[in-house]
Structure formats: C-alpha cells, structure tokens
Design a protein around this ligand. Structure first.
Ligand SMILES: NC(=O)c1ccc[n+]([C@@H]2O[C@H](COP(=O)([O-])OP(=O)(O)OC[C@H]3O[C@@H](n4cnc5c(N)ncnc54)[C@H](OP(=O)(O)O)[C@@H]3O)[C@@H](O)[C@H]2O)c1
Length: 343
C-alpha cells in the first residue's frame, strides 16, 4: 500500500517532500549481522521495496555513510575494528559503492531517493583502516574536499548527492568555519543541501546562523529521550530544521528486552495489533511533524513494516502512557549526543 504520511524537509530543502519514515543503510555494509555484508540482491530488494511505496512527487530519505564517522571513544565503546570506509568492510562492499551498483541497475529510481551522505574520516585513517590509533575525523577544507570527491567518484555519476554532512563537529573546531567549508563545496555543485550529525541545540543554532541547515541526525528512541535530546528536537522545530531520528528501534534488538519502557511499548503494540518496532517508530514520529524516524533494515519485509509505521497514529492516551514511562526511566544526566563542541 502506498505511503500516505509525508513531511517537508527543513532549511534550503523546504520544497522537498519525503515519506515520514526514512531508510538507514548503515548496517547493510557496516557491522552487519554475522559480519557478512548484505548480498546485493537482498539489499537492492530492501531499498527498492521502500521506493516502490512512494506516491508521485514524494521521495524517500536514503541515509548513507560517506566515510566512517565514529569518534575514537565510540569505536572503543563498541569494541569494533575499523575495516574500511563507506560504512563498509572493504571498498567493494562499501555503502556508497552498494548504492552506485543499485542506481546503475535501477536508474529510474534516482529521482525517488533523497540521498544523504555523511563523511570526514581523515586521510590517514582512510589510508590505514585497520589501525584504530590512526582513526580520526578531519573537517578541514582540504579533507572535506577529498572526502566529497571520493564519494562522488564512488557514486560514478549514478546518483547525485542531495544532502551532505560532517560525521561530527569536533572539539576545537569552529562550527562556523565547518559550515563555511560545506557552503563552499555546495557552491561548487558537489551536493544540494547541508545537514548536521549528532549536534546539540546550541551547535545547531550556531550552524544555522551561518547557513540554512536542512536536518540534524540525532538518536531518538523511547530509550534515548533525555533533556539533551528533547532540547535539540525543540530547537530544530523552532529553526525549521528536520530531525532525523536514528536508531529509533535499535534497543529492542539489544539489551532492553525486559525493561519498563519495553514493557509499556509492548502493551500498546498488543492493543493496537502492531509490532513493537512499529510502536517505537510511531512514538518517535509523534514527537513532531519535523521528526522523521530513521530505522535501518537490510530486509524487504522489515523495511515495509517500518515504512508502514509512518502511517500509524497512536491514540493520545497511548502516547501519554509511553511518555510517562519514558520520562520516569530516562537518565537525564547521560550524554546522548556525541557533540563535544558545546561542553
Ligand atoms: N548520525 C549518526 O551518528 C548515526 C548513528 C547511527 C545510525 N545512524 C543512521 O541511522 C540508521 C538506523 O540506525 P540503526 O541501524 O542503529 O537503527 P535501528 O533501525 O534502530 O536498528 C536496526 C536494527 O534493527 C533491526 N530491525 C530493523 N527493522 C526491524 C523490525 N521491524 N523488527 C525487528 N528488527 C528490526 C535491523 O535488522 P535487519 O537489518 O536484519 O532488518 C537492525 O539490526 C542507520 O542506518 C544510519 O543511517 C546515524
């Protein structure tokens, strides 16, 4: 059934209409299940299934990684070994390369997709991808140019970059200078719009004072909704910026199966006869018209299940019940946003 619920993007992309739920592609090639990247056929089916649900004139957010973007600390926290650029283990299986093969096979789908890329892995990390000590990000004008050119090279003209962002704004960097760097690359026609990744309210405000920001990618889920997140959502709403809510359901796959929040969600899911994942997505979507859930799935059936959740409106009493449990169990002091800039 075609998608019914759409949203207009923020900032300079305010004429772009997207399905309310986006599709994150990260896990297709980056720490995928069993360490094996999703085979092309399966990944293509999952991407295409979503795009096939779009009514005319509506696009779908495909969220990809230009270069790996986690900080040293985040890498260590997750005990991951860096295996390569592009959300992937090797260039062959990299996320952007996967996309270039997809759009090569299905050129008619170019216009249905709104492609967002995040990048800024340093040259040294890219050159020595198994050496964690050398992994770092570099938002300098030289490296930013190198990264975006690399992404364009890997896309091979199969799809334009609609939207681009640095993986993180780094401590010690000027947010304003970073935005000027992206503005200059945008002016050269390398991409159409500029966004942010994991930025707190103050950083969003400063960035948006330099250039019109389209989106801010932050982790929003029933398990990740403390003041830091709520403030960022509110500020984005005030400034007309879309929030791309990453990992909206990730925790149900992880270590929260029996906690109070999960139990409250399960109760609503049962009442509404929808899945737990759909309940998470519908709740995240209820945070505001400018909040787009960004689940990631490598499977067609789950992609469709997640997209369908964009059309589910939870009754006010169900939302109130989930809100109550979420807020009662929220760690208000935890750092949820990996943005050292406004410390
Ligand atoms: N800006 C940032 O710093 C940042 C950080 C992390 C992620 N992201 C973006 O956010 C996207 C989503 O992140 P995520 O993958 O962590 O989030 P997620 O959607 O919360 O979790 C994905 C996991 O849930 C599974 N899943 C998906 N749909 C499901 C369903 N309906 N029922 C049960 N399990 C389901 C997936 O498995 P299958 O693949 O097997 O379906 C996968 O293991 C990424 O692809 C990336 O684009 C951005």
């Amino acid at each position: 059934m075609p998608i019914l619920t759409t949203t207009k993007l923020g900032g300079s992309a305010s004429d772009v209409v997207l399905a309310k739920v986006g599709h994150g592609l990260m896990r297709m090639t980056w720490f995928p299940k069993d360490g094996v990247p999703t085979p092309d056929q399966e990944a293509f089916e999952a991407i295409k299934a979503g795009l096939d649900q779009l009514p005319p004139g509506v696009k779908m957010l495909l969220n990809s990684g230009g270069t790996s973007f986690l900080s040293h600390a985040a890498w260590h926290r997750r005990s991951l070994a860096l295996k390569g650029e592009f959300y992937g283990h090797t260039p062959r299986t990299g996320n952007v390369e996967l996309l270039s093969r997809f759009f090569e096979k299905y050129p008619d789908y170019q216009d249905k997709a709104f492609l967002s890329i995040k990048a800024s892995l340093s040259r040294h990390a890219a050159g020595s991808t198994t050496d964690l000590s050398k992994l770092h990000l570099d938002n300098s004008p030289e490296n930013a140019r190198r990264c975006v050119d690399l992404v364009l090279e890997k896309l091979r003209g199969t799809k334009k970059i609609d939207h681009y962002e640095f993986g993180r704004i780094l401590a010690g960097d000027s947010v304003e200078d970073n935005m000027r760097t992206l503005t200059a690359l945008k002016a050269e026609g390398k991409f159409d719009h500029i966004g942010l990744s994991d930025c707190r309210a103050e950083t969003v405000r400063r960035a948006n004072a330099v250039v019109r920001i389209t989106s801010n990618e932050i982790q929003v889920s029933p398990w990740s909704y403390n003041k830091e997140i709520r403030d960022a959502i509110e500020t984005c709403g005030e400034l007309g910026i879309t929030v791309w809510a990453w990992s909206p359901i990730g925790k149900i796959v992880g270590d929260n199966k029996n906690n109070a929040i999960t139990l409250a969600l399960e109760e609503v899911a049962k009442k509404k006869n929808i899945t737990l994942a759909q309940t998470c997505i519908a709740w995240v979507s209820s945070r505001g018209p400018h909040v787009m859930p960004l689940p990631g799935s490598s499977h067609k059936s789950r992609t469709l299940e997640n997209l369908a959740a964009g059309d589910i409106v939870l009754p006010a009493e169900n939302i109130a019940k989930i809100d109550e449990v979420v807020l009662a169990n929220s760690d208000e002091t935890a750092r949820r946003i990996d943005d050292p800039h406004t410390n």
